[in-house]
Design a protein around this ligand. Structure first.
Ligand code: FMN
Length: 202
């Protein structure tokens, strides 16, 4: 029996930490993130749902100065310093051939056959579900007391060549600095729309 939490709301402190007070940071305190923390982020990230348990995200955790420099060189000007100073930067990529893994990831049916011969469909699924996994990653990091700084301002093709050279079917989606955010580096919170602005109940 799976453990269920029907009707249980997380504490206000937890909701503040993960959503209401969490910000996208532009700079970082000089405090390291360990490999154990990186693993802990992934252990939560992987539990988030993806279609047919595709798990298409392929993540490179950029931690060395050399790799950060390589990534920063491929990013837009305003993102370079953010990459160089982050304790770790996750490159959230995706595998266009994720379906090859479905026999063990979704073992109760032949899901691999649904995607064979449909590369356009696979690209759409991989992008959608790796974007979700990137979001799970940010919520996981925040849940573990870390901060995030997501970025899409970089040359995806160049990053693919540099970081996925041995995996030509992998593509970068977005990158995310992870560490302890420096509160002096963020602007006022941008507006968040009220329910009625972009929602309706049909
Ligand atoms: C996928 C994605 C890409 C982003 N790309 C960049 C970027 O290239 N450079 C940057 O400085 N901020 C980038 N941002 C940060 C957003 O501007 C920021 O998350 C948004 O304004 C909300 O800020 P807040 O979380 O502090 O409220 C990106 C955010 C996301 C989710």
């Amino acid at each position: 029996m799976t453990k269920q939490f029907h009707g249980t709301t997380l504490s206000d402190d937890a909701l503040d930490q993960v959503f209401r007070e969490a910000r996208s940071y532009n700079g970082w305190l000089d405090k390291a993130v360990s490999e154990e923390q990186i693993h802990a982020i992934y252990e939560l990230t992987k539990m988030g749902p993806t279609s047919a348990n595709q798990q298409p995200a392929r993540i490179v955790w950029v931690k060395s100065d050399e790799a950060k420099q390589q990534l920063a060189d491929l990013a837009m000007e305003g993102n370079k310093e953010k990459i160089l100073t982050a304790p770790v930067v996750a490159i959230i990529g995706y595998d266009i051939d994720f379906h090859e893994e479905l026999p063990w990831l979704f073992p109760h049916t032949d899901a691999k056959s649904w995607f064979e011969g449909d590369e356009d469909g696979r690209k759409q699924h991989a992008f959608r579900n790796s974007s979700l996994q990137g979001a799970y990653l940010m919520l996981a990091a925040r849940s573990l007391g870390l901060d995030c700084g997501p970025m899409s301002g970089f040359d995806n093709d160049a990053v693919d060549k540099a970081f996925f050279a041995d995996e030509p079917r992998h593509r970068s989606n977005f990158i995310c600095g992870i560490g302890y955010g420096d509160a002096s580096t963020i602007f006022e919170r941008s507006p968040r729309p009220d329910f009625d602005t972009f929602n309706r109940i049909a």
